[in-house]
Unconditional design. Structure first.
Lengths: 483, 312, 220
């Protein structure tokens, strides 16, 4: 019951929201259902932390890794829920574009991501990740403008093709398992595969093929270059809370899938084959930082920054070892918080300036002082400067690179991070400085916005200064699952 | 005994060629809701033409009268290769499929020469178009036949037919399927049927084969018309023999021969009806699309050849 | 049962040919409705294959999977696509960046590539190389269709053909995966097609055309 309830509750929530007649009622019901869901997830997390592993039926399972990502998802979802309550007052009405549909689709989206995290079976994992694409497409195209429709179409097509390749990789893994002696009914079960992994080393070629396809397939959803073409469009055209969900929660979900499969592959043929992830990581990192310099839209800039950070995480996982993995996992957490923070500020910016084009925004420092302060704080966090959490995780990954004698890799990372930092501040400075004819904005920051942003910022700060032992032990549990 | 049988097969092919054209014309007429000319009409045509005078353009050389004869002779020789009732044919052991293809090419070459020799502009136009089509059909035709030959381990038509007749339908491979489709497409192009060339058109600018024979009359025209009918007959019979030879007589006995004759008639009628239906339902391709059509046939025949390597 | 088993074995042996032919025909097709019909034919061939396998291995699960494929991929999805096509009211032609002749050439080359690529794996795992090559060829053709066809609906068809190829690869190598997983995959595919239908209409409403090669506002 512990796992089924938080999994299925969002479905009930979606139906409840759809049954509401007025937008206000929908918002209230959604808020209530969302808070209930967060409490359920919290209870589940506590239970999971206490008992280590929870299993339910053939297809649901939660262990240390699940706990870590589940905690991340809960935090992000809470922030998004709180923020949306105030944001949705400016939504244009359209066929699927009302607050009812927004919350209903948001709950569906949450359900699919929870299904991915709680799946014990690689097949169910695949179905859930494909379902996340389907659930979030209508959210990406929410505004129904030309840009939104194009972004939604590209997202749907590119991600479905990518996930189809991931299916091929999963099938190849299934074949290798069946040939390696695992009974056919269990051959997609993650625990069974982990146990049988050393015995599968005879099918080296097949396992390598399967991992490459999985990295390409799920990597499309993570946003690895060169499969990233959907990411800037989708994250830019979606509403701000959905951009936050996509950048913070969805990328982590796809990464979770890659981590599970990478664990099986490295148990079978040794971690020397994580070069695939290293290659994707470096390529993503370098491409993203160079493209960040020439961006003209604020949300696209943040989207490319997501690609950059996912590249860093991939490098961390690729290097492996305790420090690399620690850094990678911590980085996913920190990055999600920082990205959520920054996407939330874009809502305010678009509200005031009615555009997100960087060359048309001037003098934001004077017009929106508080928002600018938050933007600067977010920029510092995202660039990897202390005292925020991303500094710690990036330092961990760099240290693991140096200690593993990957000097070239570390040098590349440092150069790329510097360029990224430069690009981010160049773009932000263009917006913040300068003269603007607009008066100082009289609109107040809503309590919801402030609450959401404040919570994210606080978590980031805490993680940068002092990681609580509870958190560290959770991280270690997660790493233990993978090794 | 086999000799007599082979001569009989040869005479059947040559003699029933106009009948085949007649059947196709009749079926097309019925599809178009007309009564149409009788199926024996082409015979009457030939008879009429043989009794008429041969008019020669003043600018023509002696080659002009020679070309129809060479065309007819080459087509006859090619017809002597195709097995109809049993697996051997009149000239079957003197050459193989490559000789067959190039006998047809020889005939076509001389037809083109004759057309250009006639001195009219339509003749030249038809000749150039025919040259383009024949250049493009040579590759798929040869490759398709070679693919079938590779699979059946021999290049003589008789050995291919024998090999295929020994197998059942389901044991034919993808190479056969592709070769069949390619050869069907090439047959339509070689024999000048819709969608490559409309044999019953009267618009000169759309003609390929008809434009070449505009200057011919009398017995020369009769020979050309008969040769093109024989060509259609022999190509269809070749398709039947290569890809659906079941029913063919493996021993020289009366019951086997009767069965073979009935099977042959049935298959040829089916093919004639199919061809007539195709001609009535598809529009003729524009000239610049003909290379694309033949390119597709070429791709299929290349696939057929490559697939013979994979099925081993 | 001898006749049935004979028929099943022969179906399995010759289905690769039919799949190759449908692949070539889709490349050469000039109308979108023809492509949808050919996709349905392809799925019907795959259904026949699954039924043949079910007879040969005496597996009731495989019959259920065959019924699902028939229902979802042969009937439901093509019907949905044809309805979308009719309601879109665009010209029936397939606007593509390659002519039918060029497409057939490219697809033939892709088929040869598929054969070449599959050989080492088929040898190593004692699989039927022709079926595996057919699956790979279908995947590559699906990709080619998505890239070369300009209309949104043709991209959807290309995607469906690609997924068909992957499903066929799963079928050839492993006789299918556990039933629940297969059900989930089919359900996903159905929802995907419906969603794409919704989006095609949205594209038409906002852009006044369905030519995805002209969706180039978001770049860089």
């Amino acid at each position: 019951m512990t796992l089924w309830l938080p999994l299925l509750f969002p479905l009930a929530g979606a139906l409840l929201v759809l049954a509401c007649k007025s937008p206000r009622a929908a918002t209230r019901v959604a808020f209530g259902a969302g808070i209930a869901e967060v409490l359920l997830l919290g209870a589940c997390a506590v239970r999971l932390y206490a008992s280590g592993v929870l299993e339910q039926g053939r297809y649901l399972r939660a262990d240390g890794l699940t706990l870590f990502f589940l905690l991340n998802l809960t935090l992000i979802f809470t922030a998004v829920l709180v923020y949306s309550a105030g944001y949705l007052r400016h939504v244009p009405e359209g066929r699927f574009s009302s607050p009812r549909w927004f919350y209903a689709l948001l709950f569906l989206f949450l359900f699919t991501m929870l299904a991915a995290y709680l799946s014990a079976n690689l097949g169910v994992l695949w179905i859930a990740i494909e379902a996340t694409t389907l659930a979030s497409t209508l959210l990406v195209g929410f505004y129904n403008t030309k840009g939104a429709v194009e972004a939604g179409w590209k997202y749907l097509i590119v991600c479905t093709v990518g996930i189809a390749f991931a299916l091929f990789g999963t099938i190849a893994l299934y074949l290798a398992a069946v040939r390696g002696g695992v009974p056919a009914g269990n051959a997609l079960d993650w625990t069974a595969l982990m146990a049988a992994a050393p015995g599968m080393s005879a099918a080296r070629d097949l396992l390598k093929l399967s991992f490459v396809f999985v990295a390409v397939g799920y990597g499309t959803k993570i946003g690895f270059v060169p499969m990233h073409s959907w990411l800037p469009d989708a994250h830019a055209e979606a509403p701000a809370p959905i951009s936050a969900m996509l950048s913070a929660a969805l990328l982590n979900c796809a990464l979770y899938a890659v981590l599970r499969l990478e664990a099986i592959t490295s148990h079978a043929i040794g971690s020397s084959f994580s070069h695939t992830l290293l290659a994707f990581g470096c390529l993503s990192l370098l491409t993203a930082v160079f493209l960040m310099i020439v961006q003209r839209d604020l949300k696209r800039l943040l989207a490319y920054s997501s690609i950059e950070h996912m590249g860093i995480v991939a490098i961390g996982v690729g290097i492996g070892g305790p420090l690399g993995l620690f850094g990678a996992l911590l980085h996913t957490f920190n990055h999600s918080l920082a990205k959520t923070l920054l996407f939330f500020t874009t809502g305010k910016v678009r509200d005031t300036f009615s555009t997100l084009r960087i060359d048309r925004i001037r003098g934001m420092g004077r017009v929106l002082p508080y928002t600018s302060a938050i933007l600067i704080v977010g920029g510092i966090a995202l660039a990897g400067l202390p005292p925020f959490g991303l500094f710690v995780s990036e330092l961990a990954i760099l240290t693991s690179a140096f200690s593993g004698c990957h000097y070239l890799l570390a040098a590349l990372m440092l150069v790329a991070l510097t360029i990224g930092f430069g690009a981010l501040f160049y773009q932000f400075q263009r917006m913040l400085s300068g003269e603007s004819h607009m008066p100082r904005s009289g609109k107040k920051i809503l309590a919801t916005e402030a609450g959401a942003i404040g919570a994210c910022g606080l978590c980031l700060l805490i993680l940068g200064l002092y990681i609580p032992p509870v958190f560290t032990s959770m991280l270690h549990n997660a790493m233990a699952v993978l090794q | 005994m086999t000799r007599a049988l082979d001569v009989l097969q040869f005479l059947v092919l040559v003699g029933t060629a106009p009948l085949l054209s007649g059947i196709i014309g009749q079926v097309k007429a019925r599809i178009q809701n007309r009564r149409g000319a009788s199926v024996l009409r082409p015979y009457a045509e030939l008879w009429k033409l043989f009794r008429k005078e041969d008019l020669i353009p003043p600018t023509a050389s002696p080659l002009f009268r020679l070309c129809p004869v060479i065309l007819w002779a080459a087509t006859l020789a090619a017809a002597a290769f195709v097995p109809v009732l049993d697996t051997s044919s009149l000239l079957g052991n003197r050459g193989d499929i490559i000789l067959l293809v190039y006998l047809l090419a020889l005939g076509r070459f001389f037809l083109v020469q004759g057309a250009m020799d006639g001195g009219s502009s339509f003749g030249g136009m038809g000749a150039s178009r025919e040259a383009m089509v024949s250049t493009l059909t040579e590759a798929p035709l040869l490759l398709g036949l070679i693919a079938v030959a590779i699979v059946s381990h021999g290049t003589s038509v008789a050995s291919i037919v024998q090999w295929t007749a020994d197998r059942r339908l389901f044991e034919l491979s993808s190479a056969h399927a592709f070769a069949c489709v390619a050869l069907v497409m090439v047959t339509i192009a070689e024999t000048g049927r819709v969608p490559i060339d409309n044999p019953s058109t009267h618009l000169e600018l759309t003609m390929i084969h008809e434009a070449m024979v505009l200057e011919y009359s009398g017995p020369s025209l009769a020979l050309i018309e008969w040769a093109s009918a024989i060509k259609l007959n022999l190509m269809l019979a070749l398709l039947v023999a290569l890809f659906a030879p079941w029913g063919i007589a493996t021993s020289v006995s009366l019951p086997a021969l009767v069965i073979a004759a009935c099977a042959f008639l049935l298959k040829m009628t089916l093919l004639a009806v199919a061809l007539a239906a195709l001609e009535s339902s598809v529009a003729k391709l524009r000239m610049y699309l003909v290379p694309e059509y033949l390119g597709m046939a070429c791709a299929l025949s290349v696939l057929a050849v490559v697939f013979t390597a994979f099925k081993r | 049962m001898g006749l049935v088993e004979f028929a099943a074995a022969k179906t399995l042996a010759s289905s690769a040919v039919f799949l190759f032919i449908t692949v070539l025909l889709i490349a050469a097709a000039k109308r979108t409705a023809t492509c949808i019909a050919l996709f349905a034919v392809q799925c019907a061939v795959i259904t026949a294959q699954i039924v043949a396998m079910a007879f040969l291995h005496r597996s009731a699960e495989a019959f259920a999977v065959a019924a699902m494929v028939l229902l979802v991929k042969v009937i439901a999805i093509p019907y949905a696509l044809l309805r979308i096509l009719r309601r879109l009211k665009v010209s029936p032609a397939v606007t593509a960046s390659t002519t039918p002749g060029q497409s057939v050439f490219i697809v033939a080359a892709l088929m040869l590539l598929a054969f070449a690529v599959v050989q080492p794996y088929a040898r190593a795992f004692a699989l039927d190389s022709e079926m595996l090559a057919a699956a790979t060829a279908i995947v590559l053709t699906g990709g080619f269709l998505m890239v070369s066809r300009k209309r949104a609906l043709m991209q959807v068809i290309g995607l469906l053909v690609l997924e068909n190829g992957i499903f066929l690869a799963a079928l050839t190598t492993t006789f299918g995966m556990p039933f629940v997983i297969e059900m989930g995959i089919f359900f996903d595919l159905l929802v995907c097609v419906l969603l794409m239908g919704v989006f095609v209409f949205r594209i038409r409403e906002t852009f006044e055309h369905v030519d995805v090669s002209r969706l180039r506002r978001l770049r860089g």
